[in-house]
Structure formats: C-alpha cells, structure tokens
Design a protein around this ligand. Structure first.
Ligand SMILES: [Mg+2]
Length: 126
C-alpha cells in the first residue's frame, strides 16, 4: 500500500474535519501534540538498553506495533501542523535534507557519531 504525501494529508484533514476538531487546533496546540506523541514513543524505550530494544522490536510484534502507532501519531501531528499553517511538508522535508547534506558533509562525518547544531554550523560558514 503506497500513498503519496498529498493523499495522507487528505486523510488526516478528513479525520479532523469529520470530528470538527479544527476549532481546537492552533499551531501551538499542534506543536505540543507532536511533542507529546514523540514522548509517548520515547516512553516505550524508557529504562531499557538500545541493543535490548532493537532485539525486542524485531522479536515482539506487539512492541513493534506500539512503536508504529506512536510514530504514526507523531506523523499525523506533522501533517496536521503543515496543513494548519498551509505549508508543503514534502518541500519542507526536501529543503531540510538539502541543508543537512551541507551541514553533515559525508566525507567529514562518515562513520562518526556527531551532532552539529544549526547555530554552530552557521557560525562556521559565515
Ligand atoms: Mg500516542
């Protein structure tokens, strides 16, 4: 089953409109929702080691389903926020990936675990 982002946006919009929930949604509410859902995802991983979790996600279908559900909740929030603010999420994503390609030069960071903040990168590339 493959749907493009436009179809997914329509599905999320329909879900919201059929429930008349748009009245409760501001950009702040939707950003909070994304954060809450991201934390629900994170809660699944609390107090367990990374390797233990990778193994559990591969072997425990119920656990993997919980991960899928929370990841989808985050994605739903992203679609709703993009719709609310009327921006093209696909274009925003592609633009961000182009920025990351520059910030994390593949030759410089290959095989290295690094975090370069946007502020740090901008300072370095003035
Ligand atoms: Mg959730």
């Amino acid at each position: 089953m493959e749907k493009d982002l436009k179809e997914l946006k329509e599905i999320s919009r329909k879900f919201i409109d059929e429930r008349d929930w748009r009245q409760f949604q501001t950009s702040k509410d939707l950003a909070e929702d994304i954060s809450v859902e991201a934390n629900e995802l994170l809660e699944l991983f609390l107090w367990k080691s990374g390797k233990e979790l990778d193994k559990k996600a591969k072997e425990d279908k119920e656990f993997l389903q919980k991960i899928k559900n929370e990841t989808s909740d985050v994605f739903f929030g992203c679609l709703a926020l993009a719709d609310h603010l009327d921006f093209d999420l696909e274009e925003a994503f592609l633009s961000k990936m182009r920025q990351l390609e520059k910030r994390y030069d593949k030759e410089e960071v290959k095989g290295k675990s690094v975090k370069i903040s946007e502020e740090e990168w901008l300072k370095k590339n003035k």
